[in-house]
Write a protein that binds this ligand. Structure first.
Ligand code: DGL
Length: 259
């Protein structure tokens, strides 16, 4: 059986990339909800509807687990999906704890979508892990649009990041938490602005470790060979130009993985 990796768009490819590193012999379905991206600037109710639709489709593909490779969807829709379906559903949340554990003294800046930044789930996370009030949150919704257009480091991206980061004294920060899977593509652009002492933290590795743990505990890890089927919303991606688009993203991820 296949594992589904689901996101509002192409951000989830960064999680798929990590999943294929850790589980190279598992087949995957990648589902990008291109009909409805972006999620982060819509209402929670709209996102809940999109996620329910995507899950209906993925369950019909008879998958053995669903990775919600989207912090925004996790924040507002995962509990309802767990109540509805009996299979491992692995969600994501900004890796603020990981960032604090790495340093614990300097400040940490979490960047994510507006829904994630303002959401109750994020507030609960901060209340739980940020005892010394070191975490700040910033919504960067335009990065999702830039990512979908494959503009990772053009002048508009850099001007946007410079303006949004200008109010922060970045010398006080040890980490930038990428709290939206679309943001991984922008590591080189961030690098041009952040001081060298600031490093990137994301939740991809931990999310895939959790997927592996849950499948292992159900004896559902398999050795079927590498294979990925890509869907934009409910449509399989078969068009050569769309396949090239996906390949370009995977190449950018290859470039930024170790940054
Ligand atoms: N990639 C998504 C996340 O991790 C959300 C992007 C969007 O659709 O706004 O939050």
């Amino acid at each position: 059986m296949k594992i589904a990796v689901f996101d509002s768009g192409i951000g989830g490819l960064s999680v798929l990339y990590e999943a294929r590193r850790q589980l190279p012999r598992e087949p995957f379905i990648f589902f990008a909800d291109e009909d409805h991206v972006p999620y982060g600037t819509k209402t929670p109710e709209e996102v809940q509807g999109f996620v329910a639709e995507a899950f209906d489709f993925l369950i019909r593909q008879d998958v053995k687990a669903i990775v919600v490779a989207c912090n925004t969807a996790t924040s507002v829709a995962v509990p309802a999906m767990r109540a509805r379906y009996d299979l491992p559903i692995i969600g994501m949340e900004p890796a603020a704890k990981k960032a604090l554990d790495l340093d614990g003294e300097h400040r940490v800046l979490v960047v994510a979508t507006p829904i994630t930044v303002k959401g109750q789930k994020m507030q609960l996370l901060i209340d739980r892990v940020d005892k010394d009030h070191l975490v700040d949150r910033l919504a960067l919704p335009r990065l999702v649009e830039f990512a979908e257009r494959q503009d990772f480091d053009g002048p508009d991206v850099l001007a946007y990041l410079r303006a949004e980061l200008a109010p922060y004294d970045l010398s006080q920060y040890s980490a930038l938490v990428l709290g939206c899977t679309h943001f991984n593509y922008f590591k080189p652009a961030f690098r041009e602005i952040l001081p060298p002492s600031m490093h990137f933290v994301d939740g991809n590795e931990g999310t895939v470790r959790e997927l592996r743990r849950q499948l292992a505990s159900r004896h559902q890890l398999e050795d079927l060979g590498p294979q990925v089927t890509y869907y934009y919303s409910g449509r399989e991606v078969t068009d050569a130009s769309e396949q090239k688009r996906l390949n370009d993203y995977l190449q950018q991820l290859e470039k930024v993985y170790t940054l």
